[in-house]
Design a binder for this molecule. Structure first.
Ligand code: CDP
Ligand code: CDP
Length: 222
């Protein structure tokens, strides 16, 4: 039953996870959970409270008082910390550059993974992140590992930024993506890694509609 399916989509930065996950959620009428947004929200809280990376673990106390939650808007998902809308703030470069440090802290992961499992406990969910298939939902019905060349991923971000009116250097984007992937794949706890039973999908040169189509076909074939 597609209404109860749990789909795990993992992969490196800018491989298209959230874009395709949102479309699949809509098509199958299931929940979409952006777990990266939760690590970003935690990082935003730490930075706005002036915490240094060495003190990032303290963020957990602030999050317990001001939980991360999600809301809907006409053009996508809203992210809140307590009552504060942090949707825009968590995509800023300072957060992007610090988030891998936050994501390497065991206590933070433990706390957020618990929250993620509660949200997924009724099934009917597509979740994207780095450790969904390996750690968060090891028994998900469908696991996808999305990849694309770093050149193409930087190009996609470049275009996305241009649409928002932000000029970025392609080489800078490539460097940032490579660096974040390196940190995410080499950390001790729950590193970015393809689950043994995940389907590898290389989306280099493949458009969004085609990627969605392939994943939905896998789901229907189950
Ligand atoms: O920029 P992009 O959309 O690719 O990243 P994201 O999905 O928003 O995730 C931001 C960061 O959160 C990642 O670089 C990881 O450090 C961390 N993350 C994680 O460790 N585990 C997850 N399940 C999701 C994100
Ligand atoms: O969530 P993740 O960081 O993996 O990537 P994303 O934010 O979904 O996708 C990054 C950018 O690539 C977005 O601007 C998408 O529209 C674009 N994209 C694409 O051009 N072709 C695809 N097959 C998938 C995503």
């Amino acid at each position: 039953n597609l209404k109860n399916i749990r789909i795990a989509i993992d992969g490196p930065a800018s491989s298209g996870k959230s874009t395709v996950a949102k479309i699949i959620a809509k098509d199958f009428e299931i929940i979409y959970l952006d777990t990266g947004a939760m690590y970003r929200a935690a990082t935003y809280v730490a930075l706005s409270n002036g915490l240094d990376e060495a003190d990032f673990a303290q963020t957990i106390n602030i999050l317990k008082e001001n939980p991360i939650s999600f809301g809907a808007s006409s053009d996508g998902q809203l992210v809140y910390v307590g009552e504060v809308d942090v949707t825009e703030a968590i995509r800023q470069p300072d957060v992007t550059n610090a988030v891998s440090g936050m994501a390497a802290i065991p206590e933070i992961r433990e706390y957020l993974v618990d929250v993620q499992r509660v949200i997924a406990s009724h099934g009917g969910i597509v979740m994207d992140g780095r450790d969904i298939g390996t750690v968060v939902l090891p028994d998900a019905e469908l696991k996808i590992f999305l990849v694309a060349s770093v050149e193409e991923r930087a190009e996609r971000r470049f275009k996305e930024n241009l649409q928002k009116g932000i000029e970025t250097e392609l080489t800078t984007l490539q460097f940032e993506i490579t660096e974040r992937d390196r940190k995410d794949s080499t950390r001790k706890i729950s590193p970015l890694k393809q689950a043994a039973d995940a389907i590898l999908l290389d989306t280099t040169g493949i458009g969004i509609a085609e990627v969605v189509e392939r994943i939905e076909t896998y789901a229907k074939e189950l």
